[in-house]
Design a protein around this ligand. Structure first.
Ligand code: HEM
Length: 155
């Protein structure tokens, strides 16, 4: 798999044009900023910390949509980074752990977004009882992904 990817025309193209990798990394980092800002707004709101502008439903709907948009950009730029340097990424256990964490965080967000919206509709004044637990696990997963992403370069 690694050898096949490294020999592919796209990988050769990325290796021959040295400016593309830092450009992709820059877009990856901008998308991380958008994703983490949205995660913080949603999770802190679910924890009852910080501002109370807008209803819980408005805030969660608006910012969960931004989590998905940023994740699409991260997936595209991340996939190209992998194709550019397949051995560096795919053989690295921290990269593999990061992908596991991304799947867990995305899966948790996908599973929880509907109950969060319905809970916020049913009782606009009160947060659902499980919202603090969700917010803590979600924050831990996304922060873990950022740490793992940075750590890849050192393993
Ligand atoms: C969705 C699929 C994703 C893929 C395939 C992917 C892939 C990658 C790759 C290949 C790198 C380069 C690592 C290196 O060689 O040093 C990287 C860097 C990084 N990624 Fe991702 N990533 C994804 C999502 C995310 C997400 C969701 C986050 C955080 C919320 C994230 C945070 C980071 C960070 C912090 C770095 C280090 C950036 C730097 O210092 O240049 N990634 N990612």
């Amino acid at each position: 798999m690694i050898d096949w990817l490294a020999a592919s025309p796209l990988s050769q193209f990325l290796a021959a044009h040295k400016w593309i990798t830092p450009a992709l990394q820059s877009v990856h980092i901008l998308a991380i900023a958008a994703l983490m800002a949205s995660v913080l707004v949603v999770d802190l709101r679910l924890l009852g910390v910080g501002g109370d502008a807008g209803s819980l439903r408005q805030v969660t709907c608006r910012y969960i949509a931004w989590i998905w948009r940023a994740l699409v950009v991260l997936l595209l730029t991340g996939a190209l980074l992998v194709v550019g340097e397949p051995a560096r990424e795919l053989a690295n256990w921290v990269f593999q752990m990061k992908m596991g964490l991304v799947m867990a965080a995305a899966g948790l967000t996908a599973l929880a977004q509907r109950p969060i919206r319905e809970g916020a509709e049913a009782s606009p004044q009160r947060r659902p009882s499980w919202s603090a637990a969700f917010a803590c696990v979600s924050l831990a997963l996304w922060v873990g992904i950022v740490l793992a992403g940075r750590w890849i370069a050192y393993v």
